[in-house]
Design a protein around this ligand. Structure first.
Ligand code: ZN
Length: 537
């Protein structure tokens, strides 16, 4: 099978490539890319030719840290986003409808509402949900996944009662009499989400599990993503991906970060490593601290906002060092979630102790997020060769909360330009479903650094166009040991690419989220098309 793509603007992201006018795909790989005549000469006479009418072709985008199964799980919930459900009666109708299709034992689930976009301008309440689903638990997730609403049956099932104080790291909404109004914020919301996800996956047959993985990969492919690291891979989600892969339903390459307490299972099962060109498990995930917007990231000093305190560090230095060294000795790449400066310091200590004898960082151990990695920590990370996987899209979605929690350091958070200058390989990602998985939003935010209230966070850290795009292409590929296969358009690599209606290098940053994804191609096969670009495929 040979295909020539021509009449397009190619953004190859290759280090030393000349201008390209055409690209030849042979089976699932790029066979040639460059001047039109040279590519034509390399192609068989019978090669199919697709002219793109001046559209832009970029490498398939890579999300180096998201939660793929969670994205698929939310995609199976009733869509209560502003377009589908502009007011509370519409949400009620959708939940009522979902109740009919929700298996016994599962909670009726909706997602995507934004209280200030609803006609009523407020969160729905338990009473609103009770009207739609009176007799069994129902949950409605906020689009940010930082809040949800429970009906009365769900409040009971979760063990939440009216007189109860707010739980650590979270809060309950209350009515004028102080009774729970059904809205649950932050930590207890996350715990509920995780529990329901795991319970529902456990209840699914292999067909439904594969469907969850298919939905997730379709959603990401529609945004121009062809690869993603799943930052929370466990036995159940691994099974879902493997079943979808075997059935040919995976339209995404998934690089799994296996949760550290599941490594023994992984090794015993013999499933470590590459399963196919679309599924691999070669890295381990550890959480060192909490989050920036919940103010649980472990910092030096104290937060000036609730819940005050200095955040939560889950492991002391010695314990973390022992874990990191153990996984390193078994050949795993280690990826540690670290947000606050105190956590990052501890993780760097653990990496320094582990890497002292290695002379470099051959396994490419990573820091996930790195929110408060201030200059001295960044220069240590650079010296150790640590890869940092971070989330530019947090800046618009969560940046105002960061500014309140870090008033003295708000210009030094997620300091991508300084990190790149220090010599750190910085990979881009979304952490979806915490925020949208849309990489166009991340690329815009890496360039603009504007919060949703319009505040500019760290103007000196704004990246130029190309430096923002490398986060989601070549550097993300490096972060998952895949730079010889993906991340740029070069002969020998997988034919993973995206057709856009404009170049992200030539579009003003504000306009980048509006660039249309016309098609997403994975290994030479279109996995998403918004317009019929590759007819018959
Ligand atoms: Zn995450």
């Amino acid at each position: 099978m040979e295909l020539v793509i021509t009449d397009a603007v190619f953004v190859t992201m290759a280090a030393d490539a000349g201008p390209a006018e055409s690209m030849l795909i042979r089976d699932d790989r790029i066979a040639a890319i460059g001047p039109a005549e040279a590519v034509r000469a390399a192609a068989a006479p019978a090669a199919e030719v697709v002219r793109l009418g001046g559209a832009t072709v970029i490498p398939g985008l890579i999300d180096a840290h998201c939660h793929v199964a969670d994205v698929g799980y939310l995609a199976t919930a009733a869509d209560c986003g502003p377009e589908s459900a502009p007011d509370i009666p519409a949400i009620q109708a959708r939940l009522k409808q979902a109740a009919g299709a929700t298996p016994e034992g599962s909670w009726v689930t909706g997602s995507g509402y934004v209280e200030y976009k609803l006609r009523e301008g407020r969160h729905p309440t338990r009473a609103d949900l009770d009207q739609a689903v009176p007799d069994r638990p129902a949950v409605l997730y906020h689009t940010s996944l930082h809040a949800c609403v429970l009906n009365t049956a769900a409040l009971h099932a979760a063990g939440f009662a009216d007189g109860q104080p707010d739980p650590p790291g979270g809060a309950f909404g209350r009515d004028s009499q102080g009774r729970l109004d059904g809205v649950v914020y932050e930590a207890p919301m996350f715990a509920l989400f995780e529990r329901n996800l795991r319970d529902d996956i456990a209840r699914m047959g292999s067909h439904a599990r594969a469907g969850l993985a298919r939905r997730a990969s379709e959603r990401l492919a529609a945004l121009g993503l062809t690869s993603a690291c799943d930052a929370d891979l466990r036995r159940d989600t691994f099974a879902a991906f493997a079943e979808a892969d075997a059935a040919g339903l995976l339209s995404l390459r998934i690089y799994g970060l296996v949760v550290h307490d599941q490594v023994e299972w992984l090794l015993a099962s013999g499933l470590r490593g590459r399963h196919s060109s679309r599924l691999a498990t070669e890295a381990v995930k550890i959480w060192a601290d909490g989050g920036m917007s919940s103010r649980t990231a472990a910092i030096h000093g104290t937060y000036p906002v609730p819940p005050y305190g200095s955040g939560i560090l889950f492991f002391e230095r010695d314990e973390l060092t022992e874990m990191v060294a153990g996984f390193d000795a078994r050949g795993f790449q280690v990826c540690v979630h670290a947000q606050g400066d105190r956590a990052i310091e501890t993780v760097l200590d653990a990496y320094a102790a582990t890497l002292a004898a290695a002379g470099g960082n051959p396994r490419r151990h990573r820091i996930e997020h790195g929110g408060a990695m201030y200059p001295p920590l960044a220069s240590r990370a650079a010296d150790l060769g640590i890869v940092v996987v971070s989330q530019p899209g947090f800046l618009s979605a969560l940046g105002d909360g960061f500014a309140a929690a870090f008033p003295e350091h708000s210009d030094q958070l997620y300091s991508f330009a300084s990190w790149q200058r220090a010599g750190i390989t910085v990979a881009g990602s979304s952490d979806a479903p915490v925020i949208t998985p849309d990489p166009r939003v991340g690329i815009r935010d890496a360039r603009l650094r504007r919060t949703s209230d319009g505040r500019l966070l760290g103007p000196a850290e704004r990246l130029p166009a190309r430096d923002a795009l490398v986060l989601y292409t070549t550097q993300a590929a490096y972060a998952c040991h895949r730079e010889s296969e993906i991340g740029s358009l070069e002969p020998g690599k997988f034919a993973d690419f995206v057709v856009l209606d404009a170049s992200p290098l030539e579009t003003a940053p504000e306009g980048i989220p509006g660039i249309k994804v016309l098609a997403t191609v994975l290994g030479g096969t279109p996995v998403h098309q918004s317009e019929s670009i590759f007819p018959g495929r």
